[in-house]
Ligand binder design. Structure first.
Ligand code: ZN
Length: 348
């Protein structure tokens, strides 16, 4: 698989958190134009477990998915759950030890085990474990998070190279996460140090929107200004269509958000005329498709009225159709932005 394409083209990756995009079969996922997905290391660690996935031939075989698979490091979710005390566990310089809330089993996530888990899952692009914090934290905490993230990045890279032969032997890519909360100088320092260590990609980590829901553009700019253009530049968790456009403008090329599928499940869809709420009563007799400019299975075959009726009655088919629609809308946006990018390059 040519993974270098991830460094050149724009991609939007739906979240297949537990190895599935909710309510879609893999074939339906492909029909939306999706070429890459991101799965959640922490969730897959707990169930079905990396050993089981490995025995099943890896995540791609398990899912019957021929596209690209990213795994996150497990850091973002775990550390936000532990820092907010929603989950029981401890974090120190070596990593995290935590208890799964359902079964009560004890797990250990260190830079080395994070790489081992991602290798067993069988993803194409791995992410080095980072120490993720809230955006608005004291400087001292942000400094500690950056230092730990850098130490762990080195340990991940060393382990990936020593145990598996690195990018050359595995045909996989290893990316890292830039931390630093909202301290611009720390973001810059973290980005520069990670570039010095050397990775296949640099991901903007932490929270991408502030308390008011606005994209943290200044922080994102400082990071992108300090990483090479010929590597993956992943804006993790971005975002709304207008934020993706801004992210592309800054120079990021990879995006993911739970919003697109979560909104679909709540009946909120993106169209060429803006946002539409399919549950609203004015849809009850509307024979138009969700978006007349969209070519997805939902818009080609069904009226707003029918989907509205199914949604109001809790029919899971409505969630499938709206997820297909929202993902198709996102992938069409990405395709348009890709074309514009290519045109700009050819004019230069
Ligand atoms: Zn559609």
């Amino acid at each position: 698989m040519d993974l270098d394409i991830l460094k050149r083209k724009l991609f939007f990756m739906p979240d297949a958190t537990k190895g599935a995009v909710r309510y879609l079969t893999t074939e339906q996922l492909e029909s939306t134009g999706t070429e890459a997905i991101v799965t959640n290391t922490l969730h897959l660690l707990i169930s079905p477990g990396p050993d089981t996935i490995q025995q099943l031939g890896g995540i791609k075989k398990m899912m019957n998915w021929n596209g690209i698979v990213f795994t996150d490091s497990g850091g973002f979710q775990l550390f936000s759950l532990l820092h907010s005390k929603k989950w029981e566990g401890e974090i120190d310089d070596n990593g995290a030890v935590f208890k799964s809330p359902k079964q009560g089993d004890i797990y250990k996530l260190t830079p080395e085990t994070s790489i081992d888990i991602q290798m067993k899952i069988g993803s194409d692009v791995l992410v080095a474990l980072d120490d993720c914090r809230d955006t608005e934290i004291e400087r001292e905490d942000a400094e500690r998070s950056v230092e730990r993230t850098l130490e762990w990045a080195v340990r991940c890279k060393n382990h990936f190279e020593k145990e598996y032969g690195g990018t050359q032997q595995t045909d996989k890519l290893l990316t890292c996460v830039v931390q630093g909360a909202n301290y611009l100088d720390l973001r810059e320092y973290c980005a520069k140090e990670l570039v010095r260590i050397g990775f296949d990609g640099y991901n903007f980590g932490g929270y991408v929107v502030n308390k008011d829901g606005e994209l943290v553009e200044e922080e994102m700019k400082v990071v992108i200004d300090n990483v090479p253009e010929d590597k993956i530049r992943y804006a993790m968790g971005v975002g709304k269509p207008e934020d993706i456009i801004r992210g592309v403008g800054l120079g990021y090329n990879l995006f993911d958000t739970v919003l697109v599928t979560r909104n679909a499940r709540h009946g909120t869809v993106y169209t060429s005329d803006g946002i539409l709420r399919v549950k609203n009563s004015e849809m009850a007799l509307d024979l138009k498709p969700i978006d007349s400019k969209c070519s997805c299975e939902c818009c080609k075959n069904y009226s707003r009225a029918y989907v509205h009726h199914m949604l109001r009655n809790g029919e899971a088919t409505a969630l499938t159709l709206l997820t297909i629609h929202n993902l198709t809308h996102y992938q069409e946006l990405i395709e348009k932005l890709n074309k514009q990018k290519l045109e700009r390059i050819s004019k230069k």
